[in-house]
Design a protein around this ligand. Structure first.
Ligand SMILES: Cc1ncc(COP(=O)(O)O)c(C=O)c1O
Ligand SMILES: [Zn+2]
Length: 428
């Protein structure tokens, strides 16, 4: 099927479970499910519209709780077929919600109130496995055989792994100068990995051109023509956090921002749980986190602007280095509507925060996790985040992929294999 096909009937013919159609976020125009991402009326982003009308709250809760220990326990709320758990996929999710009492003590948060959702525990060690698992099901439904993406690093690895498991070809595009851990991770699964001379925004522009060219025909770009499906994977973070809190909403969440997709879908997931009656209807605040060296959304938030002015990224938090974030304006809406904020931290604060989280909770975060922990600290110090309320901070990736950020961390001492030498080293 051609990548840019717009289906012409009004009925969806593929089976993606409760997904009924695509609907424009701006004007509400509906089209059938297909590999399209922009509204033909107003160019607004298309989102999945669901039919959840048949669900009984208690039956749904029981069905979820009896489901597998991965994102497919939420299949009734996702654009996937009912038998999704039987298909070859990377089956991410159900990652640890770490009760972070040591970190809470350091940050002045009340005991029992601070949690880290640790998504480094996914198959390719980042939250991107959640979104790719959804995109893969859509690609299968639409008959694609090649998976592709533009990536700041983590997505490329997730696509490579999912394609390998499901027997798809993959060809993914990254900025040429990414961290070695991300490059190896993206290449190891045997797909094609192309470095582009430029930053992520250049990679993304290239992919938009490729998608309209015969060279890209028949390719499922997970974050372009499959974006409406892909994006829904981030809702599972919201579902898991609430279920792991005993079907309760947290009061505050701190979420990293690159394109902003994850943050907007976490909000969508929380809203769905409220509407379905799975959690009580009470306010929550969403805080966005960026690195100062790529902070187009926090800059707009602080200036009170509705539009996000693109920036040229320069930060060690490369996974978040998107200078022109597609969902930036929606992130601003959500932060303002919920009473949250968008804040940024310097690269030095990112490194300090990576070390703080590791030292207090035994969680080794990649730079994106350093951004969220660093921003949490800053928001507490400024009195913006309430330390007496239940707060969930996201760690979306694994520190082993960004070792350069903590270069210099290593041996305490080198000794001869003798007790004398150990004593001489001054460690007893
Ligand atoms: C580790 C990590 N965290 C967070 C994000 C942000 O995702 P989004 O583009 O949905 O804002 C990314 C994006 O690449 C990422 O790699
Ligand atoms: Zn529209």
């Amino acid at each position: 099927m051609a990548a840019q096909t717009v289906a012409s009937t009004t009925e969806s013919t593929v089976d993606l479970g409760p997904a009924a159609a695509l609907s424009c976020r701006e004007c509400g125009h509906r089209v059938p499910l297909g590999p399209v991402f922009a509204c033909e009326e107003c160019f607004g982003p298309l989102e999945i519209a669901y039919d959840f009308s048949a669900y009984d709250t208690e039956e749904l809760r029981k069905r979820i709780e009896a489901g597998p220990a991965n994102i497919w326990r939420y299949a009734p709320l996702l654009p996937v077929p009912a038998d999704v758990a039987d298909k070859p996929n990377i089956n991410p999710g159900w990652t640890a919600l770490v009760k972070a009492d040591n970190l809470a003590r350091e940050l002045g948060v009340d005991a029992g109130k601070l949690f880290v959702k640790d998504d480094s525990g996914n198959p390719t060690h980042s939250f991107k496995d959640r979104v790719v698992a959804q995109a893969l099901e859509a690609a299968r439904a639409f008959g694609f055989t090649t998976l592709s993406c533009s990536s700041t690093g983590n997505l490329a690895g997730a696509v490579g792994a999912a394609a390998a498991r499901a027997g798809f070809r993959s060809c993914v595009f990254i900025p040429h100068d990414l961290e070695q851990g991300k490059v190896v991770m993206a290449a190891i699964y045997g797909g094609e990995l192309v470095g582009i001379e430029g930053n992520y925004d250049d990679v993304n522009r290239f992919c938009s051109e490729l998608i309209g060219d015969p060279a890209g025909e028949g390719w499922g770009f997970v974050n372009v023509n499959l974006r409406p499906y892909y994006a829904e994977g981030s809702k599972t973070l919201a579902y898991e956090i609430c279920e792991q809190l005993g079907w309760r909403l947290p009061d505050q969440l701190v979420v990293p921002i690159a394109s902003g997709s994850q943050l907007t879908k976490i909000d969508k997931g929380l809203q769905e749980l409220i509407k379905l009656g799975l959690v009580e209807d009470k306010p929550y605040k969403i805080f966005g986190a960026q690195a100062l060296g790529c902070s187009p959304v926090s800059t707009a938030f602080k200036a009170g602007h509705d539009v996000v002015r693109p920036q040229k990224p320069d930060t060690i938090a490369k996974s978040l280095a998107i200078g022109n974030p597609a969902d930036g304006p929606y992130v601003l809406d959500i932060a303002r509507r919920t009473g949250g904020a968008v804040e940024d931290v310097t690269d030095e604060q990112v490194v300090e925060a990576i070390k703080l989280l590791a030292r207090t909770e035994g969680v080794f975060a990649e730079t994106a996790g350093g951004v969220t922990v660093g921003v949490t600290k800053k928001l507490i110090e400024s009195g913006t985040l309430d330390p007496s309320k239940t707060t969930v901070v996201l760690n979306t990736g694994d520190g082993l992929k960004t070792l350069d950020a903590v270069a210099g961390t290593g041996l305490t001492a080198t000794i001869r294999p003798s007790l004398d030498s150990f004593r001489e080293a001054g460690l007893v």
